[in-house]
Design a protein around this ligand. Sequence first.
Ligand code: MRU
Length: 349
Amino acid sequence: MTNTITIPTSIEWHHDHLLILNQQKLPKVTEYIQLRKIDDFYEAILSLKVRGAPAIGITAAYGLALSAQHYSVNKWEDFLQQFKNDKELLASSRPTAVNLFWALERLEKKIDQCISINEAKTLLLHEAVQIHTEDEETCRQIGEYGLEILTPGASVLTICNAGSIATAKYGTALAPFHLAQEKEQYYKVYACETRPVLQGARLTMWELQQSGVDVTLITDSMAAHTISKKEINAIIVGADRIASNGDTANKIGTLSLAIIANHYGIPFYVAAPSTTFDLAINSGGEIPIEERPIEEVIAIEGVNIAPENSEVFNPAFDVTPSSLITAIITEKGIIYPDFNQNIREILAG
Ligand code: MRU
């Protein structure tokens, strides 16, 4: 049976601008903003108005393609120079999610095939739309594989927001729960609030409530206790970059969850599209970890919770060693250890 449910999305292409859901303001305000100039795109990614690895990649692709439509140059070298400048600007927005770099490279490869500026402009936009469309299908497939691995009726814990609004639609770690709603299956989700900027409390709670998923909020420090009470059957998280040995960078706090899962003997799953793998690196130590402004830690939504002169360390991501990961759920299949061998095999199709 299929249930009609509301799965929120955050990115809409409108031929001369990109409309995005401003994730900075959720859940208090549901605001959509238009991105038109390259600086709008850069700022939206930097300030987390749009966030989540696949959504960052999609937005950057539209930003680069849309900006190129406005280059008023006649020479191919001038076109390439402006394209390179825009690409570098977007690439400097956030360092960890490899989907950003993957999308920018994919657009650059496209113009390598072009013989005129007009052709390049057309193909760039086409490619951005393609990246967006493909991601929706990819996430649906991840959701289907997720449902194969998660026992119906299970209680599952997650962190951050690896959901529909972090992708084209459905999400990665949250995709199984949206699909389960469509299929009238039942799961119970626990969402860690995800300090410092509360993607779990603000975004995952909002998103799952939209599609009717049974979701309970806990603070990050409650995870071990909640699991020790045996209320949780599995943990599922998203990813920002996965090295070729399976080491996975995801939102800060993910590593603690993996260690807790290991201690209590419950499965720890990573859900991510093939675009989140970085096969050019051997292990997680090579993944650049973004450090964000100290204000995110000193204050919550503008209200100080620590003295303003406090010393602060604010890494946005951590790396979970592959030894703590039970399986990685991708659109191409479920990858089990030995990750070094199986990642390459499954991604190769
Ligand atoms: O800083 P954010 O909110 O962009 O971090 C997002 C995450 O860590 C997500 O888990 C990851 O990008 C996967 S989104 C499908």
